[in-house]
Write a new protein. Structure first.
Length: 190
């Protein structure tokens, strides 16, 4: 078995999945906060329009429930950029992805070469972090998928998300957690 297959764990999620939010842990270590800020400022030099939104991170994972908190995007960015901060923050940010199935086939997108995360990689459309710009509202995975679909290719309206959801995560500390469709889950066009 290759290392990629060994590092991923799949968890089927219940159809009546509940997702709860709690307060984010406090950053009590000033060195960690300074490290986060240093990474943020350095990244802003290359990407001055970067927005420090809110990303949902998991604390607990069960087939019937997910529990987590909203944190600043700069925390997750710092974790991606700094192995030392990754081991100290140990965030498990949540993302969604699906297959957009059209009469002509499946839609894939290639990430921009200047993307902060996986530049130049191919991915399913829609895909993205579970995020919020408004506050501490709840998490709705189907709504998040539809939001990503609109952001990425401008598709709105008569789109449906069907099928069961799975959660994929790696053993690595601070890894991204993706909610993805099973082979029966599709974003369908009319």
């Amino acid at each position: 078995m290759n290392p990629t297959e060994q590092n991923w764990h799949l968890t089927p999620l219940s159809a009546d999945l509940s997702i709860t939010c709690h307060s984010a842990p406090a950053l009590l270590d000033t060195a960690v906060e300074q490290g986060i800020e240093a990474v943020w400022q350095q990244t802003l030099q290359k990407h001055p329009r970067l927005y420090n939104g809110r990303v949902f991170c998991l604390s607990e994972l069960r087939e019937s429930s997910l529990s987590g908190f909203w944190c600043e995007y700069r925390w997750v960015l710092a974790q991606m950029r700094s192995p030392e901060l990754a081991t100290r923050l140990n965030l498990r940010s949540l993302a969604v992805t699906a297959l957009l199935i059209c009469p002509e086939g499946i839609v894939l997108g290639r990430r921009h070469p200047d993307s902060l995360y996986l530049p130049g990689f191919w991915q399913g459309v829609p895909a993205g972090s579970v995020e919020s710009r408004l506050g501490n509202e709840g998490v709705d995975l189907k709504t998040q998928l539809l939001t990503e679909l609109e952001e990425e290719i401008g598709l709105t309206g008569e789109v449906s998300v069907t099928g069961p959801f799975w959660l994929a995560n790696t053993i690595q500390p601070g890894s991204l957690i993706s909610v993805l469709p099973s082979t029966r889950t599709r974003v369908l066009l009319p």
